[in-house]
Unconditional design. Structure first.
Length: 266
């Protein structure tokens, strides 16, 4: 196995560029840790390059590195080099570069009775990843993000815990363009707002729909709210004014699953 001992090696720069992955850039993403790499392999995500630190990699990381050897370039690095390659404060001992392209917006809508979660301006990549995880767990059809955190950045991918490899994750240009796509595919557009919307359990989520959630703190902008077909609010006891974006998304997704588990409306 090829060994790298210098932090000045060109491969280090490649990993650092991938850690700064941004929407609209290339399709190279950074994957940190054996669990995420196992999920990537299971989903057929092409892994191009992996680095393993034999001094810090546990049995699981070492086993994944061996699995990668027939299909990818695998290099052995020192602990100092691994610290430079990995974006996390305590590296797992295994980090890789893979090819992962975002889906098209319409890909999230081309399933029977789609339930698409739209994130507008959500800034925290951990929240973005957690929403993606909730979407898969609750049986929704995909995620569309506009602005905010890159859903294929390393922090979002880590938060999604493999769900981003198995779901269509799309980047939209702006909410209006996503709304037009939703209309073309017969989806109702529902905006989640803190107050004054239809109570969650009274909102019809059985039909194909796109549910927008807005940025942490500020929520959805006025145009997105005004253009929605319906508004939905999650009841909260005072003095609580808002919920974490991933918690709100999960509640909506699971309410939709509950409604859709019954007989289809005539």
């Amino acid at each position: 196995m090829e060994a790298i001992t210098s932090r000045r090696n060109p491969l280090v720069a490649r990993f650092r560029r991938a850690a700064r992955h941004h929407a609209g850039g290339d399709s190279t993403v950074l994957l940190e840790g054996p669990r995420l790499l196992e999920d990537a392999l299971a989903a057929g995500v092409p892994v191009d390059l992996a680095a393993v630190c034999t001094a810090s990699a546990g049995r699981r990381a070492a086993a994944v590195a061996r699995r990668l050897e027939p299909m990818a370039r695998v290099v052995r690095v020192t602990a100092a080099v691994m610290d430079a390659l990995s974006p996390v404060s305590t590296p797992s001992g295994l980090v890789a570069l893979a090819t992962l392209r975002p889906a098209r917006v319409e890909d999230t809508m081309q399933v029977p009775r789609p339930l698409v979660v739209g994130l507008s301006g959500v800034q925290d990549p951990g929240n973005t990843g957690a929403v993606i995880r909730a979407v898969e767990a609750g049986g929704a059809s995909g995620v569309v993000t506009v602005g905010g955190a890159d859903p294929l950045g390393w922090k979002s991918l880590r938060g999604a815990m493999g769900s981003a490899f198995r779901l269509p994750i799309a980047r939209g240009d702006d909410p209006a363009a996503v709304r037009r796509q939703a209309s073309v595919h017969g989806l109702r557009v529902i905006a989640a707002v803190p107050h004054a919307g239809t109570t969650l359990t009274e909102t019809d989520l059985t039909a194909p729909c796109l549910v927008w959630l807005g940025a942490e703190g500020s929520g959805l902008d006025g145009d997105a709210v005004a253009a929605a077909d319906d508004l939905v609010s999650i009841p909260m006891r005072r003095p609580v004014e808002s919920l974490n974006i991933a918690v709100a998304a999960a509640l909506i997704i699971y309410e939709a699953a509950r409604q859709r588990s019954g007989p289809r409306p005539a």
